[in-house]
Design a protein around this ligand. Structure first.
Ligand SMILES: Cc1cc2nc3c(=O)[nH]c(=O)nc-3n(C[C@H](O)[C@H](O)[C@H](O)COP(=O)(O)OP(=O)(O)OC[C@H]3O[C@@H](n4cnc5c(N)ncnc54)[C@H](O)[C@@H]3O)c2cc1C
Length: 490
């Protein structure tokens, strides 16, 4: 039986473990943290159960693909979000509801964007063509080298070329007139961990996936149910997951990797190794590759760092729905390269308790607040984290008309340094490497190592990219590489 060791139990690592064990590999997963799931994790505190990171998912058919590949149905229940979310603009009393149904959306914005339905239809049609022209040819495929990638790109119709010359903001400006609607359509850049000014226009395809294609879904019982089901299944298949075990270096290697070494000096041997640890920083920190030295990594474009607050609150906050955005006045780039905490940040609030009674005691709200902030390259110290959290809680209280501060039962704050230390996220970057044209496809760190023939990578910073559906696709792509190199075991 061939032995595989996977470094990390994020969704990428767990999905790969499932595929490998189904193919007859003897799989061990080494995890630095005390619980599985990586960013898709859980915090349980004083009777509240919080999803630590992801709160919704798109392209849910990738879950079908994963479980079907091992002869199963998806073992969790998904619920579509409708409306998708609501957005509170600074200085406006009423939030705007964002619907997939363009007629309803147009009605919601008829006072400021009279031609919304027609304009959105055109915008989404164009984004949809781009999505369908690239998803199989470029996103869901492995490349042998840069030339192969360029050849695959030449199969994408030339009409999409202008997309490469604009950023997201430029694209929404071409289609919409009101500032509010432009901001809303460019919020998807935030889901990619960046701003619309730095994100290429090609990612308007995410507007298509959210508003036309598959929508947004949450998991009944909370997002962590997915990890719980995956781990249960892996246990049944004999996969061993070893927690509190951090790979700190590699041992014997000679064109091939023979062993990994953990923080206690213990050696782990296998026939193949898969790193679910960040594909760029693993090459630098663990493999000591010059191309990925700290200096070079710092020059790469990383996604924004998360500043997250988990609040158990007594009482019900009527103005919140499951999924809420609170926009401040500084929807710009500069706050993310500053060494001071943002003063009027924009942030996202997930109120899981609106739809999941079991995640909070009766009569209480379970709030998860996510605010994008500068990473540790720009702001090294987060000693002021209580102050920033207070700033956000006060702002939120005012905007929803509820005194949150006096009703807090439990609170936890995770600043970028906490995220970095907990899960080895490079300088606290929340989603890994950003998706600029020069950091995607064959220009993203590869899923097969350049020097060690039996070392592979899966997850957000390798191909195709970040987000839950993308890391599931990543596990499929790495599996194809492994089968290509070693043949199917059965
Ligand atoms: C706050 C936040 C909100 C998000 N919201 C969403 C959302 O709503 N929807 C969505 O689709 N995506 C969302 N994402 C993105 C999504 O969480 C990630 O893209 C995805 O979970 C990444 O999975 P992964 O397997 O690549 O890596 P990870 O989840 O980071 O897993 C990697 C694992 O490897 C372990 N590890 C690292 N180095 C070592 C080592 N040396 N030795 C041993 N173990 C190691 C880590 O501890 C970790 O458990 C969000 C991310 C964040 C941070």
């Amino acid at each position: 039986m061939k032995k595989a060791v996977i470094i990390g139990s994020g969704l990428g690592g767990l999905s790969t473990a499932l595929r490998l064990s189904h193919k007859g590999y003897d799989v061990t997963v080494l995890e630095k943290h005390s619980t599985p799931g990586g960013r898709l994790n859980i915090i349980e505190q004083n009777g509240f159960r919080f999803d630590m990171g992801p709160s919704f998912m798109s392209m849910t058919y990738e879950l079908d693909e994963l479980f079907n590949s091992v002869g199963m149905k998806v073992p969790i229940e998904l619920e579509e979000l409708d409306p998708l979310y609501q957005v509170f603009f600074e200085g406006q009393k009423k939030p705007r509801l964002i619907y997939k149904d363009l007629k309803k959306l147009a009605e919601e914005f008829k006072d400021i964007e009279p031609n919304l339905e027609e304009n959105a239809k055109k915008y989404l049609e164009r984004a949809g063509h781009f999505f369908h022209d690239t998803v199989d040819k470029v996103v869901k495929t492995n490349f042998s080298n840069k030339l192969d990638y360029v050849l695959k790109l030449t199969r994408v119709p030339l009409k999409h070329l202008p997309y490469l010359q604009r950023n997201m903001w430029g694209e929404v400006e071409k289609h919409f007139t009101s500032e509010e609607v432009k901001v809303i359509f460019s919020l998807v850049a935030f889901f990619l961990g960046s701003t619309p000014f730095q994100t290429p226009a090609i990612y308007s395809l995410l507007n298509y996936t959210e508003m036309k294609h598959n929508g947004y879904w949450k998991v009944k019982g909370g997002m962590y149910r997915l990890v719980e089901e995956l781990v249960k299944l892996l246990n049944e298949k004999g996969v061993k997951i070893v927690y509190n075990t951090e790979v700190v270096s590699v041992g014997n290697n000679n064109g091939k990797l023979y062993e990994l070494i953990d923080q206690n000096g213990k050696k782990w041997t296998a026939d193949i190794f898969i790193s679910n640890s960040d594909a760029a920083s693993f090459r630098g920190k663990i493999l000591k590759r010059e191309k990925f030295s700290e200096e070079k990594l710092d020059q790469m474009h990383w996604t924004l760092a998360p500043f997250t607050i988990y609040l158990g609150v007594k009482g019900k906050i009527d103005k919140l729905t499951h999924h809420n955005y609170f926009l401040g006045s500084n929807f710009s780039d500069t706050i993310f390269t500053s060494s001071i905490s943002p003063q009027k940040p924009y942030y996202y609030v997930n109120a899981l308790s609106k739809s999941e009674a079991s995640c909070a005691p009766e009569g209480c709200e379970n709030l998860f607040i996510l605010c994008p902030v500068p990473d540790l390259r720009y702001k090294k110290s987060w000693e002021d984290k209580e102050e920033l959290a207070q700033n956000i809680i006060d702002d939120l209280s005012k905007r929803v008309g509820f005194d949150i501060q006096s009703n807090i039962i439990t609170k936890k704050i995770l600043a970028p340094d906490d995220w970095a230390n907990m899960l080895n996220l490079y300088k606290g970057s929340g989603l890994g490497l950003a998706h600029d044209i020069n950091q995607v496809g064959a220009f993203r760190p590869k899923n097969k190592d350049e020097k060690l023939s039996n070392l592979y990578y899966v997850g957000a910073s390798t191909t195709p990219g970040t987000g839950l559906p993308m890391v599931i696709i990543s596990s499929k792509l790495v599996m194809e590489r492994i089968e290509n190199d070693f043949g199917a075991l059965h």
